[in-house]
Design a protein around this ligand. Structure first.
Ligand code: ZN
Length: 353
């Protein structure tokens, strides 16, 4: 049985950046069951997707846009194969289907594959899900001089924390990804929720224009950002779901604005206390910033019932931090600190019960 997927696109102008701008549109998982709509200033494109049947997992639709000569573009327009809007018209009118193609897609698979659980064998032990930020087509932040990529650093650190937790055997642990693959933000916390995780830690490395900026920061969820920097960080990290203007996460256009459910309050309190504990236990090993705990509306922390933190382990844009984050030694230190915090966190919880 096949389900069809309709894709509508409107192009503003044949700009030179366009061929690179929308090289491929990778439509994944259940996220496309709602319409994606996005417009970026440099890719000058708008793409919507409608899914007629159930969503699929792990299948992709590739959509190529090629630069052509001006006269050929006009000729194509004349045939009515693609539509053209002025930027003003685009903003004024509701999204309209201008051109559609139908692509057969194989039957739906049964959702995201859950990763293996490692560490303590006792199923009653708490489960920690460690999420290595970014991956696949999304490299995250990049060090301009060395080319070090956030997605590699986060994977190595996540694996180092996993190894440390497995070694002590006090908790169960799983990684959202253990290779260089892309996951949308909902899949990341979705894995934690499906597995019934007791704690979710998303690992990242920060970047800033100011190359002097250094040190680690722990972020927890809040509807209102603690400061402008926190708001900027949320905007940057939430954009992981948007590739070339296409929102893979299927969220509304404004991903930086998220609503927080009342049921999240309790999780948010536990998350905040873990953030303080992480700094306390890890600071002998990892340099933290003075204002080490900040609040931001980060989609990856949005699981209502799972205490969650986003750990910006340092600045990949800073020479010393980048070297620390990329070294085995640095990764081991971060892992030691994080594992101590995790174990103290659950020991406390146990003592309170
Ligand atoms: Zn990141």
């Amino acid at each position: 049985m096949f389900h069809s997927l309709a894709l509508a696109a409107a192009f503003l102008a044949p700009s030179p950046g366009m061929a690179g701008g929308i090289a491929a549109l990778d439509i994944r998982g259940a996220q496309v069951s709602s319409n994606g709509f996005a417009r970026t200033s440099d890719a000058v494109a708008r793409v919507m997707q409608d899914l007629a049947g159930p969503a699929v997992d792990g299948k992709s639709l590739t959509f190529f846009v090629q630069s052509v000569a001006d006269n050929r573009f006009r000729a194509t327009l004349g045939k009515g194969r693609i539509g053209i809007d002025s930027p003003a018209a685009m903003a004024a009118r509701p999204p309209k289907k201008i051109h559609s193609i139908t692509v057969p897609i194989p039957p739906a698979a049964s959702g995201i594959a859950l990763p293996p659980v490692e560490g303590a064998r006792d199923g009653a032990r708490p489960l920690v899900v460690i999420d290595a930020g970014h991956g696949g087509h999304d490299p995250g932040a990049i060090n301009k001089e060395t080319g070090q990529r956030e997605k590699d650093v986060t994977l190595n650190i996540a694996q180092a924390i996993r190894d440390e937790l497995v070694k002590s055997g006090r908790v169960r642990v799983a990684l959202t990804r253990s290779d260089d693959r892309f996951l949308v933000l909902q899949e990341r916390y979705g894995i934690a929720r499906k597995m019934g995780a007791d704690l979710f830690i998303s690992i990242h490395a920060d970047s800033a224009e100011n190359e002097e900026a250094h040190g680690a920061t722990v972020y927890t969820l809040s509807e209102t950002a603690s400061d402008r920097e926190a708001a900027r960080l949320a905007a940057r990290e939430n954009k992981a779901d948007i590739i070339n203007g296409v929102n893979l996460g299927g969220q509304s256009g404004d991903v930086s604005s998220i609503l927080i459910d009342l049921t999240q309050r309790e999780s948010m309190n536990v998350s905040a206390s873990f953030a303080r504990l992480l700094q306390r236990e890890a600071s002998p090993y990892v340099p933290f910033r003075t204002a080490y705990h900040r609040f931001a509306s980060l989609i990856v922390l949005k699981a209502p019932d799972t205490p969650s933190v986003l750990f910006e382990t340092g600045y990949i844009s800073n020479t010393a931090d980048a070297a620390f984050l990329s070294s085995r030694e640095g990764q081991r230190k971060i892992a030691t600190g994080a594992a101590r915090a995790i174990e103290v966190h659950f020991a406390r919880k146990l003592a309170m019960n």
